[in-house]
Design a protein around this ligand. Structure first.
Ligand code: UN1
Length: 512
């Protein structure tokens, strides 16, 4: 078996055959059952991880509470310096970590490295922000009064992440949470536990080198019961959850019940409108990358193409030709375009979706297939496929985390926008057009209802500088850039009277 240097990277990242899944910023410990992480690339066992148990949970929580009391008093720019050092380490470990992401999750090496780059970028962004946690000053209606607002840290932020971005989503959340003065507890996906252990190892170096208390950065590789505890725990001020709409709905209501805060990044059902005025060369590349990149397992993956009737056949034929050229295989091999799905269960879901689509009347332009043979021994490789459908099909309304692309025909742009919006999810959207009127209508209040709306680029690959997230069943949360840091802080309005009298607001008189 070709190793692609993976053994060496595992060693550099401190991954062993047997690992423990809990750390509060120092040594790892664990008292739960043991799970195994297999690579979807070649089916090999990468390593075992002992999960966090109940008593590990308490230890993590106490350590986090204690660390917060110290960390919140550190000046924000000094906290930024810690995040700067994390960014520096990530630069050093980029190749190793990118490779591990690719091997454990199955995305192409290029995308694995890209994911680590997102981590580095958010660290840089957060360092700058650490000197810009601004509030407004307002003019008081009373004489001799000053009014302003400030932002304070929240406390413990828990981050629950999915397998598809096994390292970047942790970094988006932690980089901001830390500069804001919070401490973090990460529960990664059990499907990518070693990526989490590797990240924690890197952060532990930073904490140690700066003599910082344990509890600023914790990880618990754990089952859903621990996840449930984090959601229900009053000591957790903010739960940042990335995952399915089904679980997100529970997280949302549980956290709301105890008046906690949550950031939800749930399912997408993203479309590209290809207009009669589109640059078709660009549209094909954008659509194919959007649909088959990460084997269709991004929440921003392109699921639907809404194509103008005048270019529909041409787009369909060119897509079929492009799909014919896709190389499917080991994601660490740079000649491959498409890697495996995360596991065999995901393959079952892919097959089920194809079956449902056919049963509803979908016509496959490029047939799907589970690949077999020497290079595909993990059983996780599937052929990206394309079907002509109606937007109203139940399966089209639903997010399937696999490379299945649906084609829908339209005649007027208003109709295309209505189709684009007519799904329960609202994450990402795009239009391919060189027509200014079309582009502006698509971006207007009468246009896309998604959190992300692009012109002449695809639906995936958002930069960290923007606020990332979506509307409707996507959950309404925002992560990463812009002013998203405000979600990680509590806001306080302060009014100060510097006179010797006490005038009341709204002109109220109250004489004793
Ligand atoms: C996700 O799929 O959970 O915009 C996040 C993108 C990436 C992030 C995707 N920057 O495709």
């Amino acid at each position: 078996v070709k190793d692609f240097g993976i053994e060496k990277s595992l060693k550099n990242l401190g991954i062993k055959d047997e690992n423990k899944g809990t750390s509060t910023g120092g040594k790892f410990f664990a008292s739960g059952k043991t799970i195994e992480s297999y690579s979807p690339a070649d089916g090999r066992l990468i390593g075992k991880v002992k999960l966090s148990g109940e008593k590990d949970y308490d230890r993590v929580m106490e350590s986090a509470q204690k660390a917060f009391l110290e960390f919140r008093t550190m000046p924000a720019p000094k906290r930024g310096e810690i995040v700067r050092q994390l960014g520096q380490k990530l630069r050093e470990y980029k190749d190793d970590l990118g490779k591990l992401v690719s091997y454990e999750m199955g995305k192409s090496l290029q995308e694995g490295l890209g994911e680590v780059q997102e981590m580095i970028d958010i660290c840089d962004f957060a360092v700058g922000l650490s000197r810009q946690l601004h509030g407004y000053t307002m003019h008081s209606e009373r004489p001799g009064h000053r009014m302003y607002e400030q932002y304070h840290p929240l406390g413990i932020v828990s981050i629950i992440t999915a397998f598809n971005f096994p390292v970047a989503v942790w970094a988006w959340n932690t980089a901001l949470a830390w500069i804001c003065g919070n401490v973090t507890i990460w529960k990664p996906s059990e499907k990518t536990p070693l990526c989490a252990v590797a990240c924690q190892n890197i952060m532990n170096e930073v904490l140690k080198e700066n003599n910082l208390p344990e509890g600023i950065s914790s990880v618990m590789v754990a089952d859903h019961e621990i996840g449930q505890k984090l959601v229900d725990d009053k000591r957790v001020a903010l739960v940042s959850f990335t995952g399915s709409t089904r679980v997100g709905r529970m997280v949302s209501s549980k956290v709301a019940e105890r008046f906690g805060k949550s950031i939800l990044e749930l399912g997408g059902n993203n479309a590209i409108i290809i207009s009669k005025d589109a640059d078709l060369d660009m549209s094909i590349i954008g659509a194919v990358f959007g649909a088959v990149g990460t084997a269709g397992q991004r929440c921003t993956s392109t699921r639907r193409l809404i194509i103008h009737e005048s270019v529909y056949d041409e787009v369909k034929n060119r897509l079929a030709k492009a799909y014919g050229q896709l190389k499917i295989g080991n994601p660490l091999d740079e000649n491959m375009h498409v890697g495996p799905l995360i596991d065999v269960e995901a393959v079952n879901q892919y097959e089920l979706a194809i079956e449902k689509c056919k049963a509803e009347g979908g016509k496959f332009v490029v047939e799907g297939e589970v690949l077999e043979g020497k290079e595909y021994e993990s059983g996780c490789y599937v052929k990206p496929c394309i079907a002509e459908v109606e937007n109203s099909f139940e399966i089209v309304q639903h997010e399937t985390f696999a490379p299945i692309l649906y084609l829908i025909k339209y005649s007027t742009l208003e109709e295309a926008i209505a189709i684009q919006n007519d799904v329960p999810q609202g994450l990402s959207s795009a239009i391919m057009t060189q027509n200014l009127r079309e582009a502006e209508l698509f971006l207007s209040h009468a246009g896309s209802d998604c959190g992300i709306a692009n012109v002449n680029i695809g639906t995936s690959g958002a930069e960290i500088g923007g606020a990332f997230g979506g509307e409707k069943e996507t959950g309404g949360g925002r992560e990463s850039g812009s002013d998203v840091w405000k979600y990680y802080m509590r806001r306080q309005t302060n009014t100060i009277n510097y006179t010797a009298s006490l005038p009341l607001a709204q002109g109220i008189k109250f004489d004793l």
